[in-house]
Ligand binder design. Structure first.
Ligand SMILES: Nc1ncnc2c1ncn2[C@@H]1O[C@H](COP(=O)(O)OP(=O)(O)OP(=O)(O)O)[C@@H](O)[C@H]1O
Ligand SMILES: [Mg+2]
Length: 497
């Protein structure tokens, strides 16, 4: 159906793609694998007309085509769900979907459009309330909307950039199962970028591996296994080993909420009377399906959303998240969608790495920024956290998704941490980076940090937490430890039963 031949693409000094070729067969699911920064997103953006390749050819049904804009791609029946969300927050889901239709009439008959969406909705993998504004949705929900949008727009070749990173395993199976089925029924061809071998093995027919901007191999999935795939991806480099857990001598509560109630933008209580404690040297997990208040809880703890009622205590003092208090308490936070919530996209990697401390020595003196110190700080962290970038001066928005995540983690974990709030810290990271980050979090715990880990990835919660809660409809409905966890019970609480 589609063939890319010898595609090359550079951004200034960075060569993102080097003679990469890819062949997509009709009605198959094709997986694209590679480390963070390998060039996966760049390749699919070239196919979508979002970037113009510097060299190479694209053939569509064996004829050469020039895809010079996303409109052109969409006329060919190509549609994509991007790694960063593209929905307009202040519009409802229905408005977002209607407005992304190509050939939209000059005057929109909204009632007719919405009725037609509603009818088509019955065949969709997810049932979504079309009238909700997008800004209220958590990442997992947005992902479902993005996928549903493409299916509703009659896309024939669907490109998915890490579609399941924020879905629970059950949700992921539901989406991929449905997509796989559409391919089997000859209704859809799929190119899917993923970091999860399980998804490749279970749902893909073919797989292509990229490494550092170069083509490594294309294989038939039934002829490979995860070990072969990971060797192709990293060429035999070894993984970080997690440190063993050390025991804490005394239980000292570092982070506590009392009767915390947080409202969403519509003034609805989405966190309800929450009492929570995290002690020194403890990782407390909060598991749950996205959209159960996790987003607003993190915002409240990060000082981005004032609580409606109740109090947050850090080291037994009432906490309010201004820069000085944060610094004094060594209270750090990694929110979800870090590029949006924790970075300034147009600033450089080096500047983003000192966002919380540029005004203090050694980064500034007598009110002046010390560029050299800021740059050297960045160079050290880039190396330590293996960030793939053309250099400290590169704007952070130009980094690959996984590399943005690494920069933010490097910033938050680079100093002594006393309290750490992290939301989905491994979202979009390749398996090697996941091992790195998890090892870092455990090391911070062993050094006495109190860590609140909010994650939609149950495996991550089970691996990292000392004890964990399940959140449902804004309340902590269940508490257990990984050793005692019973998956059935947890599943039921997660589903709100
Ligand atoms: N607009 C851009 N400007 C400059 N450099 C870029 C731009 N887009 C990508 N790059 C660089 O190209 C390389 C490949 O990035 P790409 O986003 O394709 O990686 P990826 O395989 O999708 O990684 P990830 O798994 O982290 O999403 C990276 O080194 C990145 O910094
Ligand atoms: Mg990417």
């Amino acid at each position: 159906m589609l063939e890319a031949l010898d595609i090359g693409k550079s951004f200034g000094e960075v060569s993102a793609l080097n003679n990469v070729s890819l062949q997509l067969k009709s009605h198959k699911v094709h997986a694209l694998l590679g480390e963070n920064g390998a060039g996966k997103s760049t390749l699919v953006k070239c196919l979508m007309g979002y970037y113009r390749p510097d060299s190479g050819q694209i053939l569509f049904n064996q004829k050469e085509v020039v895809i010079d804009s996303p409109q052109r791609a969409s006329h060919l029946g190509l549609g994509m769900v991007y790694q960063h969300f593209t929905l307009i927050p202040n519009m409802t889901i229905a408005e977002n979907i209607v407005l992304s239709r190509p050939n939209l009439p000059l005057i929109i008959d909204w009632q007719k459009e919405i009725e037609s969406l509603q009818t088509k909705m019955t065949n969709m993998p997810f049932q979504i309330d079309l009238h909700r504004p997008v800004r209220e949705l958590a990442v997992g929900e947005k992902q479902k909307v993005e996928i549903t949008k493409q299916l509703l727009l009659d896309t024939k070749l669907l490109i998915l950039d890490e579609p399941t990173s924020v879905l629970t395993p059950t949700e992921a199976d539901e989406v991929l199962g449905k997509i796989h089925q559409l391919a089997r029924n000859q209704q859809l061809t799929v190119l899917m970028i993923t970091h999860k071998f399980r998804e490749v093995m279970q749902y893909a027919d073919q797989v292509t591996v990229l490494r550092k901007g170069r083509f490594v191999a294309t294989a038939t999935v039934s002829e490979v296994n995860p070990q072969i795939l990971s060797d192709m991806m990293v060429g035999g480099e070894s993984l970080s080993k997690p440190p063993t857990r050390t025991l804490q001598s005394a239980r000292i509560i570092k982070l506590r909420t009392e009767n915390l109630t947080v409202h969403n933008d519509q003034d609805f209580a989405v966190i309800k009377n929450m009492d929570l404690e995290v002690a020194q040297g403890e990782i407390v997990g909060i598991a749950g399906v996205s959209g159960n208040g996790q987003k607003q809880l993190v915002e409240a703890l990060a000082g981005q959303r004032p609580p409606h009622m109740g109090t947050i205590f850090a080291h037994d003092k009432k906490f309010c998240a201004d820069l000085n208090t944060i610094t004094r308490h060594k209270f750090f936070c990694l929110p979800e969608e870090p590029l949006k919530n924790a970075c300034v996209g147009t600033l450089s990697v080096a500047e983003n790495l000192v966002l919380r401390k540029f005004n203090r020595p050694p980064f500034s003196r007598w009110g002046m920024l010390r560029r050299g110190v800021i740059r050297r700080n960045a160079e050290a962290l880039i190396q330590q956290y293996r960030v793939r970038t053309s250099g400290p001066e590169q704007p952070i928005a130009a980094l690959s998704g996984g590399n943005v995540q690494r920069v933010v983690l490097a910033r938050e974990l680079a100093q002594e941490v006393s309290i750490l709030v992290v939301a989905n810290p491994c979202f979009g990271l390749d398996f090697k980076a996941v091992a790195d980050i998890r090892a870092q979090l455990l090391a911070a715990r062993n050094q006495g940090a109190a860590i609140l880990l909010i994650s939609e990835d149950l495996d991550e919660i089970l691996e990292l937490s000392d004890r964990f809660y399940v959140i449902s409809a804004g309340q902590l409905v269940y508490q257990t430890t990984p050793a005692q966890a019973d998956m059935n019970t947890i599943g039921q609480y997660m589903a709100g039963h």
